[in-house]
Design a protein around this ligand. Sequence first.
Ligand SMILES: [Zn+2]
Length: 297
Amino acid sequence: MIQDIAPHVFNNQYKNKKPAPNNIVMYYQRDTVLMRRDEYGAPVFPRFCDLTEKNSLQEVSKWESAGDIYENSTYLFSVDDEEFFLIEQLPETMIIPEGFAMEKISDLVNRDDHYPQFVAVTGRQLCDWYMDRRYCGRCGRPLKKDLKERMLYCECGQIEYPKISPVVIVAVVNGGRLLLSRYAGRAYKKYSLIAGFCEIGEPVEDTVRREVMEEVGLRVKNIRFYKSQPWSFSNSVLMGFFCELDGSDKITVDTTELAEAEWILREEIPLEEQTGNSLTEEMIRLFQEGKDPFKQV
Ligand SMILES: [Zn+2]
């Protein structure tokens, strides 16, 4: 899955510090990140010492009036000994270093190496959070960064932590068959599992029951937690559950959410191209290989 970056070690503990020239710069424009490719095609993010600017004579030089950009960056996280910092906006005099360009984070998927996509999308989630939380939603004053933890606060007492929305991913098992679905109106056309956001005041197990009932009109029992996964593409944490059908197997598709849903025999689950980064993919594969919790021996 995307967070599996071993032997690298991700450390998201907040530090109140400013960057050194050899630290990594994460700069985003919507769904793209500033990077270049090495000779093997692997993504490389810039370091502060890579940044260049145009001086008053329009000559390109190493970043000299570095004070601003070092001062205005925000510590994100570290991986091993590498520290990553966010720059929300590039100063006007700065130019994109030679060889670097904005590339789509979704294009960084690589089933053999999740590290670049994981750091890019995790940084993007934090970038969005900082940019969306410049002002207090209660009184309108500018929010300030806390020095001890990753938190924003206002003089009026309002505080903000990073936005993480809980989502359930549900594999409904009916003997040797699995419920697979496809989304309506999305570019993503592969088979999926039932999925949905937890509502306010709702235990996660109830989210599982509600989403299955809403999307396909089925009742479920024996809900078993499998694994969770941070999914920064949608500011989410995904919680994967296996459960068994309870009662009728008649599917009633909610066509506003799903294009189709059907029971597929274990042996007939199509071998779709695997990105290796998603919990949904891992759960479908687990069932396909007969390793789900309800496999009858
Ligand atoms: Zn306020």
